[in-house]
Design a protein around this ligand. Structure first.
Ligand code: PLP
Length: 464
């Protein structure tokens, strides 16, 4: 056939075909019309050595491809083989089944979010989690906001507006992005009063800084770094006693809060919420989706009079959580009633405490299939690696793990990047880590081996 301008069939004719009808059923009439118009516009005027039927097929196929691509959700599951268990960019803690069920139960239907069933009166949304939080931590009262950054902001704005907050110079942390303690202070309208030096702070430094402008003594858990060497800090009970003598609250921002004694599950010690309160903290703030392994939330727990003041702050309305979060958090808190059950059923705890031998066995099982999928471009080795806990928790402590290291035969940066991109282009993207000329797939967080293997045949290797 000679090349001549394409004859574009009418959109109505395309819609009336079997494919057109099927596409409308799946994607809706208007998007299909739009996709067909775009496909037609792309070929209009250009030469195409095809007959009418073939042109129709081409247009329908193009429309299908663009509709399928547009139907792909933007937010979707990935395999987190990055070696960082609580990876903020990868959604932090995966929720336990009980939390998913709780969300499912209340998300699509009216519920008693702020309604007292016994009295028929308006209720308080914290009621669904407060008693469990108090029981687990020993706090008198608790409230929940959008995240721990919001919790810190709200505590400062409620208790320290236009007044001074004493913080050790060694604790002026920045936690990724824009959460920096000095800036949060400013945003909350509080004045930062730095105490001591970067490496050493003494009780008398706090005592000297206390005055009529003091609103709070605050201790911030240095979640993502550690100061070592010639150091000195003040123990929490001593700070709590000093705060009490001077009639100011003592607030601890734990960052990553936990209720479990981490040493009992083979992990490095992390201060628990209950021990921090027992040390005399008047309030503790911590995240729901770090070591706790629940939904994104910020929890404020401690003295009832202070929690009451905080809940009266108009900012509370802007920072509160919705029914999905409260349902999920309630379910997670319930799991903590039995620590062994919590470790088994809360994915963050299960993955963090996973023994190295399990990753080693997984690596040996997966090695042949992964090697076959990437050859001849790259070789695959089973190598020891170290997982990070992530989210700033226990920054210096690494967890022994095992990875598949995929190394391009010809060590060129571009090939390695392209190999990583090919894994990210899979239906459920695989996120690894580039390190020393290889793509490392840390197997600690791989629980769905079958799902991982099933899509390897769709890997499109770069042409080296
Ligand atoms: C992570 C962290 C925060 C912020 O918590 P988000 O839940 O991420 O908002 C605040 N303070 C400390 C010490 C942290 O580690």
């Amino acid at each position: 056939m000679t090349e001549r301008p394409v004859i574009i069939p009418s959109i109505d004719r395309l819609l009336a075909t079997d494919t057109g009808i099927a596409l409308c059923a799946e994607h809706g009439h208007a998007p299909v019309v739009e996709a067909l118009r775009a496909a037609a516009a792309a070929v209009r005027g250009g030469p195409m050595a095809l007959g009418r039927e073939a042109v129709m097929e081409v247009l329908l196929e193009q429309a299908r491809a663009s509709l399928d691509a547009a139907a792909q959700p933007s937010l979707r599951p990935v395999f987190n083989l990055s070696g960082t268990v609580l990876h903020t960019n990868l959604g932090r803690a995966p929720l336990p089944r009980a939390a998913l069920e709780a969300i499912q139960r209340v998300a699509g239907i009216a519920n008693n979010l702020e309604f007292e069933l016994a009295s028929g009166r308006r209720g308080d949304r914290d009621a669904h989690v407060e008693s469990a939080l108090c029981k687990l931590t020993g706090a008198e009262a608790a409230t929940v906001v959008n995240n721990n950054a919001a919790a810190v902001l709200l505590v400062l704005a409620s208790l320290a507006r236009r007044r001074e907050v004493l913080v050790s110079r060694g604790e002026l942390v920045e936690i990724g992005g824009s959460f920096r303690i000095p800036e949060v202070m400013t945003a909350a309208g509080a004045r930062l009063r730095e105490v001591g030096t970067t490496n050493r702070v003494h009780l008398r430094d706090y005592a000297d800084a206390l005055g009529s402008a003091s609103a709070l003594i605050m201790k911030i858990h240095p979640s993502n770094y550690r100061i070592e060497g010639f150091t000195a800090g003040v123990a929490e009970p001593a700070l709590a006693a000093l705060a009490r003598e001077n009639d100011v609250p003592f607030v601890v921002d734990l960052g990553s809060g936990t209720f479990l004694d981490f040493e009992t599950i083979g992990l490095p010690h992390e201060p628990t919420v209950q021990e921090t309160l027992a040390h005399g903290a008047d309030l503790v703030t911590f995240s729901g989706d770090k070591l706790l392994g629940g939904p994104q939330a910020g929890i404020i727990a401690g003295r009832a009079d202070l929690v009451r003041r905080i809940k009266k702050n108009p900012m509370m309305r802007a920072l509160r959580v919705d029914k999905l979060i409260l349902g999920a958090l309630e379910a997670v808190l319930r799991l903590y009633a039995d620590p062994r059950r919590a470790q088994r059923e809360i994915p963050a705890l299960r993955l963090l405490s996973r023994p190295r031998a399990e990753m080693e066995a997984a690596a040996q099982r997966l090695l042949p299939a992964v090697a076959a999928a990437v050859e001849p471009l790259a070789t695959v080795e089973v190598l020891d690696c170290a997982s990070q806990i992530g989210s700033g928790a226990l920054p210096v402590d690494l967890l022994p793990s095992v990875a598949l290291a995929l190394r391009p035969q010809r060590a060129r940066g571009k090939t390695l990047e392209a190999l990583a991109a090919a894994f990210r282009a899979l239906p459920q993207p695989v996120i690894g880590r580039l390190h020393q000329g290889a793509l490392w797939l840390d197997l600690r967080c791989l629980e769905d081996e079958a799902g991982f293997l099933a899509q390897l045949n769709q890997l499109v290797l770069p042409t080296a």
